[in-house]
Design a protein around this ligand. Structure first.
Ligand SMILES: *[C@@H]1O[C@H](CO)[C@@H](O)[C@H](O)[C@H]1NC(C)=O
Ligand SMILES: *[C@@H]1O[C@H](CO)[C@@H](O)[C@H](O)[C@H]1NC(C)=O
Ligand SMILES: *[C@@H]1O[C@H](CO)[C@@H](O)[C@H](O)[C@H]1NC(C)=O
Ligand SMILES: *[C@@H]1O[C@H](CO)[C@@H](O)[C@H](O)[C@H]1NC(C)=O
Ligand SMILES: *[C@@H]1O[C@H](CO)[C@@H](O)[C@H](O)[C@H]1NC(C)=O
Ligand SMILES: *[C@@H]1O[C@H](CO)[C@@H](O)[C@H](O)[C@H]1NC(C)=O
Length: 541
């Protein structure tokens, strides 16, 4: 019996922290970069294994100069009207190196998707950047940079949520004082903004409902979660077609009471979809932290709902530790959701959280209720407000950011602005699993067609032909504890054949439609007995 599962129910959190070091919890932390010059508030992996990272242009001077001795002279800028430092970098996950990028308008609390051609389409922000659309088209050398259009959105979008749609465009939902949505790029059918009353109905005086959680359902409609309520939106007809039950407890889960949410892995024959929402902060937390300096413990609950059910209901579960501002990641095994980063008390906002949530938790959706959570190896760096985490193609989780201050503050504060990047390697990367780890030998990238057979070749030390699966993950845009567009499809796997040269071939089928898998670049993993290969890039359109 694994005693780790018992720990959360028997011990208090502080005692647990002491225990965990002696229990050899799973997973490993590694410092990749002590200082990339900026704080990783927003992150997106692109299909050349480079990660576009940015914070905001009004933090003051970052720790990295702009390329070629450039300076930004912007009379509307709030911190510095002349700023020669960068606020965006491109991080190469393979060579572990980075270079400054040039972002001119303010990207603070913005949102994004990746277009079908693999370009990052990032929208909105603050001040001179609130209506901007910025495109970053990846390149193999180091010549590409941001291209900005300051007036491409119809209204300001600050704290909005984006979702890539089956036609490859992005829907941009909400934002501060925006109870509506729009699209990018616009077609004749999608020229104007469309009202979305649900966002007005779920807001409270603290604007507790920014960055709503949005998931593209398997029927093509959008599941939108705001605080304690959720609906299914037919965005084309601008109609709410379903209202889900209130989540038990009624506590808020969206910014600044930031919990997080994922659409659980979609399995063939793709007739069901489930959503998981974890953490957040009780209603009083924001006001108490702001006015009284009182930090209320964060929520310990998760709610899980089958959004495709005829009479859906929330099943509530309890995490081993409280968490606000956590990040949730779907891992390549298709059976693990990592909950990482955040705080144990307070809320999102400047100086509003305490008790860094150092200990990540793994959630296993398929395990029996009551034994789904497993504590992981503790981090050492606080990852509070404005931290982020994304999955890399090799199965590691890239973790960065944390700046609970209005400027870059590296000293004289309890939680200094963090400019580092770390990797969390889940247990499946442990060398004790080397014999089980497949290596895909099919050349990357591959081009897929909806519903068509795919054949992948791989080598492996020890194969369990009955235990091989193929999973496909859409890299997410991560900011403010939510990974927009995060999506994992378990593919229908037909058979595994042994080839004459001792390698293997797995026959599988690409997702049947763009509703299930919006066009773009995915990472494809072969998983053998729970151990994933490195992914390869696959394009589908
Ligand atoms: C790797 O696995 C071995 C054997 O299960 C275990 O003893 C060790 O602690 C693991 N290492 C890490 C870093 O998790
Ligand atoms: C970056 O930070 C280091 C110390 O961490 C400091 O010595 C250096 O001056 C900083 N550079 C810039 C451009 O801020
Ligand atoms: C910026 O976007 C607006 C709105 O779509 C468009 O009218 C304008 O031509 C664009 N500007 C540039 C320089 O592309
Ligand atoms: C649900 O959230 C709203 C604010 O969005 C709040 O007014 C309401 O009291 C909450 N419901 C419950 C049962 O707590
Ligand atoms: C501050 O704390 C006092 C005493 O607990 C309480 O009455 C008051 O409502 C709190 N203020 C806010 C804004 O939460
Ligand atoms: C944080 O940084 C700002 C801008 O450099 C500075 O004015 C402020 O004094 C710093 N705060 C602390 C607590 O040092």
């Amino acid at each position: 019996m694994n005693t780790r599962h018992l720990v959360p129910f028997l011990l208090t959190t502080s005692f647990l922290t002491a225990m965990i070091t002696t229990l050899a919890a799973p997973g490993r932390w590694e410092l990749l970069q002590p200082n990339i010059g900026i704080s990783a508030m927003h992150m997106q992996l692109l299909h050349n294994d480079r990660v576009v990272i940015f914070d905001r242009t009004d933090f003051g001077q970052s720790n990295l100069s702009l390329p070629n001795g450039q300076c930004r002279n912007d009379p509307t800028e709030l911190a510095l009207t002349t700023d020669c430092t960068a606020h965006s970098v491109e991080y190469d996950a393979v060579s572990n190196s980075f270079r400054p990028l040039t972002v001119l308008t303010d990207t603070w609390c913005s949102s994004g998707t990746v277009a079908p051609d693999g370009s990052l389409v990032q929208t909105g922000g603050f001040n001179d950047g609130e209506r901007a659309v910025r495109v970053f088209k990846p390149c193999e050398d180091s010549t590409c940079d941001w291209v900005e259009n300051q007036t491409a959105l119809l209204v300001r979008r600050w704290y909005a949520t984006n979702q890539v749609l089956p036609d490859g465009s992005a829907i941009i939902i909400g934002g501060r004082r925006q109870f509506n949505y729009e699209f990018y790029p616009k077609s004749t059918a999608t020229l104007s903004i469309l009202p979305f009353r649900f966002l007005t109905d779920t807001k409270d005086p603290n604007e507790n409902n920014l960055y709503p959680f949005v998931h593209l359902n398997i029927d093509g409609n959008l599941f939108v979660f705001s605080n304690n309520r959720s609906v299914l939106l037919d965005y084309k007809k601008n109609r709410i077609i379903r209202t889900y039950p209130l989540m038990a407890g009624g506590d808020p889960r969206n910014y600044p009471s930031s919990g997080s949410s994922v659409l659980l892995p979609l399995k063939p024959p793709y007739t069901e979809a489930e959503v998981l929402v974890c953490g957040g902060a009780p209603f009083a937390s924001y006001a108490q932290a702001k006015s009284n300096g009182t930090f209320i413990p964060a929520l310990t609950t998760c709610g899980r709902i089958k959004i495709t059910d005829t009479s859906p209901s929330w099943a509530m579960e309890t995490m081993p530790n409280p968490r606000v501002m956590g990040d949730m990641l779907l891992l390549p095994t298709g059976k693990d959701v990592l909950i990482i980063n955040g705080a144990g008390s307070g809320t999102a906002g400047w100086e509003l959280a305490q008790d860094p949530a150092y200990i990540p938790v793994m959630y296993r959706p398929e395990a029996p209720a009551g034994s789904r959570f497993e504590l992981q190896t503790s981090a050492t760096i606080p990852r509070l407000y404005h931290s982020s985490a994304i999955l890399l193609r090799d199965g590691r989780v890239l973790v960065g950011g944390s700046n609970p201050h209005i400027y870059y503050n590296f000293s004289n504060v309890q939680y200094p602005t963090d400019l580092s990047l770390e990797a969390f390697s889940p247990e499946y990367l442990n060398t004790s699993n080397s014999n089980l780890r497949p290596k895909i030998v099919t050349a990357s990238p591959i081009e897929l067609s909806y519903g068509k057979q795919i054949s992948l070749h791989f080598s492996v030390g020890l194969v369990y032909t009955t235990g091989v699966s193929v999973n496909m993950i859409l890299p997410a845009f991560c900011t403010h504890s939510f990974s927009m567009n995060q999506r994992l499809l378990i593919l229908q796997t037909n058979k595994v054949a042994t080839l004459a040269d001792g390698t293997y071939e797995v026959a599988t089928v690409a997702p049947p439609s763009a509703v299930l898998a919006p066009p773009g670049y995915y990472m494809v993993f072969v998983v053998n007995s729970g151990v994933p290969s490195e992914g390869i890039w696959a394009h589908i359109q």
